[in-house]
Design a binder for this molecule. Structure first.
Ligand code: ZN
Ligand code: ZN
Length: 421
């Protein structure tokens, strides 16, 4: 019998997996660690940042930079700054990240945020601040969206986040429980996490290769409250776990990751799709909602709670009325099995089949990286300031693939894969 690994040992293994599997950091590469939501990594993530920094130098990193952020400062600003000042933005932040990307360096984003950071504050101020951020951050999103460099998104426990996920537990217990959830869903609690990741990546690759070979022209979804068809554009690429960056590095962009995804055709979506999980967006929880499409465009939203926020999100720009991602995740995924919301997309999107309104990833269309916005749009790709995933899968969901000749074949049945690989 072996003693359970200590928290510090697990944190070290996690950092190694982030550097070796997530970023696949190359010898001599530089690394920047940041967090777009808080304009810098919240201090709660310090222990993980330190382990990642050590693991990066052990892997041969030439230089590691961290941009630190603090949500409380943003809260103080929202309460106290002049009403007309929320279009201010720290250009140095975007410039620092762009400078590293331009140099071919690796980018790590660590989530450690308070999901309710802006709850109860002036919604108009929050909206202007968020929109200003999205507009300025668009230059980074564009680089990430075409995989200019090896990048990765992971999470660290933060007290406010743990309290949100486990409201009935004492603070220390909640944090321990959230770490347990992170270590389990990122396979860090397994004897050899790196080997476990390699096996997982191979399994996911077989799923995406199967779907790629099928060249479906669309998918049809049927479930409780859902009768919905979306188109898949010619040249769509099914992606899972690993990607190849323009700087030549094969990396794993999300830890955890359970999704096989591509881009839908922004011009083709019909019917109503019901969300199966609440959506945490802009510091609020949008609950029991559905979205209705005609000719690819959202024509109606319905929500029992926070419908105004959902409507605002859809109204961001023309692209936020259309779809930019379609992802398949079995209802039995390790994240779904935990049976609770994480209030964070990195985890929640891996609990269920989902679609995203807003921007499509250029790398999900063959040759998409080289197209102008207009060319990308006419090929079926979507362009928007926003990209927001919401969960639509459930153990009741059936999904068919639609072939070129119109025939349908099962892709998922009762929330699970309907084909062997
Ligand atoms: Zn996704
Ligand atoms: Zn997404």
């Amino acid at each position: 019998m072996s003693s359970p690994a200590s928290h510090q040992e697990l944190l070290k293994k996690y950092a190694e997996a982030i550097v070796r599997v997530g970023l696949n950091l190359r010898k001599g590469q530089r690394l920047i660690i940041h967090n777009a939501t808080a304009r810098g990594v919240p201090f709660a993530a310090r222990p993980l940042v330190h382990e990642v920094t050590k693991a990066a130098y052990a892997a041969g990193a030439r230089y590691v930079e961290v941009i630190w952020g603090d949500e409380e400062t943003h809260r103080i600003r929202l309460k106290n700054a002049p009403a007309d000042s929320f279009d201010e933005y720290p250009k140095f932040y975007v410039n620092a990240v762009l400078d590293m990307i331009g140099n071919g360096d690796a980018v790590l984003s660590i989530y450690a945020n308070d999901p309710d950071a802006y709850l109860g504050l002036d919604a108009e101020r929050v909206a202007v601040m968020q929109k200003t951020h999205l507009q300025n951050y668009a230059s980074i999103s564009a680089e990430i969206s075409r995989n200019a460099i090896n990048w990765c998104v992971v999470a660290s426990v933060a007290p406010a986040w743990a309290a949100k996920v486990f409201p009935d537990l004492a603070p220390e217990e909640a944090e321990a429980k959230l770490w347990e959830a992170i270590f389990e869903t990122t396979r860090i609690n397994q004897p050899d996490p790196i080997a476990a990741w390699q096996e997982h990546i191979q399994n996911m690759k077989r799923r995406s290769a199967y779907l790629q070979a099928k060249k479906y022209t669309g998918l049809h979804y049927k479930g409780a409250g859902t009768d919905f068809t979306l188109g898949l554009p010619r040249g769509h690429k099914w992606i899972s776990a690993q990607s190849l960056a323009e700087n030549g590095v094969i990396f794993t962009a999300n830890m955890p990751t359970e999704e096989v995804f591509t881009l839908p055709d922004r011009h083709r979506a019909e019917g109503t799709v019901a969300a199966t999980f609440p959506l945490s967006y802009g510091g609020a929880l949008i609950e029991d909602f559905s979205v209705t499409f005609e000719n690819g465009r959202i024509v109606k939203v319905n929500a029992k709670k926070n419908e105004t926020i959902l409507q605002k999100l859809v109204d961001t720009d023309e692209g936020s009325r259309r779809l930019g991602e379609v992802a398949l995740v079995p209802a039995s995924s390790p994240i779904a099995k935990r049976g609770h919301l994480f209030y964070n997309t990195l985890f929640d999107e891996n609990a269920s089949c989902h679609i995203a309104i807003g921007r499509a990833y250029r790398f999900t269309l063959t040759g998409g990286e080289e197209l102008t916005d207009e060319e990308f749009i006419s090929a079926g790709g979507n362009v928007s300031l926003s990209h927001v995933d919401f969960m639509i899968g459930s153990p009741q969901m059936d999904i068919d693939g639609i072939r070129e000749d119109g025939a349908r074949e099962p892709v998922m049945r009762q929330g699970e894969w309907a084909f062997d690989v």
